[in-house]
Design a protein. Structure first.
Length: 469
């Protein structure tokens, strides 16, 4: 295989070719490391490239192939790990000066499972500080750029992972999603971003602050790659009391079961959001495609309340409890938006916090009742196309003022409910900027969401569409 063929191959294809000895783990790793060296200086997708460790792991993987040893499903396939996810022996900073020298002694559960499945860890991808905002910039590593247009943001906070995968710097990026941080960069970079059900992937060990809402999930160029990763990293671990036990069957196999007969709801705004007309049109077309696939599609208006205020109150309080003292001592070293967010948390009373949590529990009941007659709920992933990398997020959409999170109103509600949700490409704007459509499933219906994504991908493929080198 040529280096160009290697870097744009899916993880599924690479794993099969490595097993067949069509290409070696060493060749794959070298091709991708070479591309990282060429592109990362202008993208800033990786904050740490573990080239020596990756080469050593690739050599071990090659020996295992030649000796006909049992091979895991991701044997020899390179992956990147977001810099908020703990990696044994590799610096894990969360994009913060406060943890600039942290080298964990243990892998996060998901990372350990990737390694056990034979994956080659390339390094760590950039994130906003502690993943606190949905663009990717931090005092420690600076700004990450969108490969489709270097003047635009890739979103965040898993923006480094998205920029890497979209640029051919590895077929798999492992990210985290506490309010949209996998799905938003997937939408902005033309990728699949999958947020599993809450607890589907254990969150241990991890940085504090994201209690009750954080999910670990993959960013990939194809749906089946995301499903294969979930097959590897899903399943309970007693060190995370909120983790779910493994399900019967394979998520990868579920991608082939189709969606005929499913009941699908489409909402352009959930009853409260403002959406860019171009984004709305592309996502509406994507929703209409599900009729062609044999689904029953209904236009709906849930008329839900915007939960930005209680969601922000809960997280601000949790961030203050986690990092307030350290940030007070080192305020000049942290992102000003993080310092402001933590300061907000200092003013949250116990009553305020409990009321916010109670409102979110009420929302789960509302969502449960509304979705009882639908298998899937579709909407835009983000309300706007990717915006300028050096600009603040938009506070006006379609001529109307919006709140601080008004540009990303569709992702955090499903961190509150914990439902499985994915972003897949709905199309590209006239400026060649990706737009994502979000597919949300019923509680614990990860396989159904992946099946829907795969059916849409088969009808409207996107993986051959790539940013300029």
């Amino acid at each position: 295989m040529s280096d160009n063929a290697v870097v744009w191959s899916s993880a599924l294809d690479l794993a099969a070719r490595i097993r067949q000895k069509d290409v070696s783990p060493v060749e794959v790793t070298e091709a991708i490391l070479g591309r990282i060296a060429a592109l990362n200086p202008r993208l800033n997708a990786f904050c740490l490239v573990a080239a020596d460790q990756a080469r050593a792991a690739a050599l071990d993987a090659e020996v295992a192939v030649m000796k006909h040893e049992p091979l895991g499903p991701l044997h020899g396939v390179p992956v990147s790990i977001k810099d908020v996810i703990f990696t044994r022996g590799l610096r894990t900073t969360a994009g913060s000066q406060l943890f600039a020298d942290l080298v964990p002694e243990h892998d996060a559960v998901a990372v350990g499972r990737l390694r056990a499945a034979g994956a080659i860890v390339l390094g760590k991808t950039t994130t906003s500080e502690f993943g606190h905002k949905a663009v990717t910039e931090s005092p420690l590593f600076g700004i990450t750029r969108n490969p489709w247009d270097l003047t635009r943001t890739p979103g965040g906070s898993s923006g480094g992972a998205a920029a890497a995968v979209a640029s051919g710097l590895g077929p798999i990026g492992l990210g985290t999603d506490g309010g949209g941080s996998v799905r938003i960069p997937a939408a902005f970079c033309g990728l699949v971003g999958f947020k599993p059900s809450y607890g589907r992937v254990p969150e241990y060990p991890s940085f504090p602050g994201w209690d009750h809402v954080s999910h670990t999930g993959p960013l990939t160029r194809t749906v089946r790659d995301a499903a294969m990763v979930l097959d590897v990293i899903a399943g309970g671990d007693d060190r995370d009391p909120g983790s779910l036990q493994g399900e019967a069957g394979s998520y990868l196999e579920a991608c082939g079961r189709g969606v005929r007969g499913l009941h699908v709801a489409w909402s352009a705004d959930l009853g409260y959001a403002r959406v860019d007309p171009v984004v709305e049109a592309l996502c509406e077309n994507a929703a209409a495609e599900f009729e062609t696939l044999g689904c029953h599609v209904e236009v709906v208006n849930p008329a839900w309340e915007n939960l930005e205020e209680p969601f922000g109150t809960m997280l601000a309080a949790q961030f203050h409890a986690a990092f307030g003292e350290q940030i007070a001592e080192h305020e000049g070293e942290v992102d000003p938006t993080l310092a402001k967010f933590v300061a907000r948390g200092a003013s949250v009373s116990t009553r305020d916090y409990l009321l916010a949590r109670a409102r979110m529990r009420e929302f789960w009941q509302e969502a449960l009742a509304f979705l009882a007659r639908f298998d899937l709920l579709l909407m835009p992933t983000v309300a706007v196309p990717p915006f300028a990398v050096d600009a603040k997020p938009p506070r006006e959409i379609a001529g109307e003022s919006v709140s601080v999170l008004g540009w990303m109103p569709f992702t955090y509600p499903f961190n509150i409910t914990g439902q499985p949700a994915a972003s897949i490409p709905a199309g590209w704007t006239a400026e060649n900027l990706p737009v994502g459509v979000q597919i949300v499933g019923q509680r614990h219906a990860d396989a159904t969401v992946l099946a829907a994504c795969a059916a849409y991908e088969a009808a409207c493929p996107w993986s051959d569409r790539r940013p300029a080198p």
